[in-house]
Ligand binder design. Structure first.
Ligand SMILES: [Zn+2]
Length: 81
């Protein structure tokens, strides 16, 4: 029957932890199902895009605090009296 794939016999996918029986993919010293590897690369790409967008947005919306913490503490204290 199938000869290919013997090299990874008994290997477990580094992403989903299932034994790889077909469609092996080797990356970064780890075995994956080919579909898992592709999914992982897509997820990584999405995460990097999100991280870039988040950094840009937080830099843009980073404004000075409207009032110092001390004054809001004083407000809270005066309300207690
Ligand atoms: Zn997998």
């Amino acid at each position: 029957m199938m000869q290919r794939g013997k090299i990874c016999q008994g290997q477990k996918c580094a992403r989903c932890r299932q034994t790889i029986q077909s469609d092996p993919a080797f990356d970064d010293d780890l075995w994956y199902h080919r579909s898992c590897l592709e999914e992982g690369q897509r997820a990584l790409q999405r995460a990097q895009e999100l991280a870039t967008r988040f950094r840009l947005e937080s830099a843009r919306t980073l404004t000075p605090r409207r009032r110092p913490v001390a004054s809001s503490l004083r407000d809270a204290a005066s309300q207690e009296q």
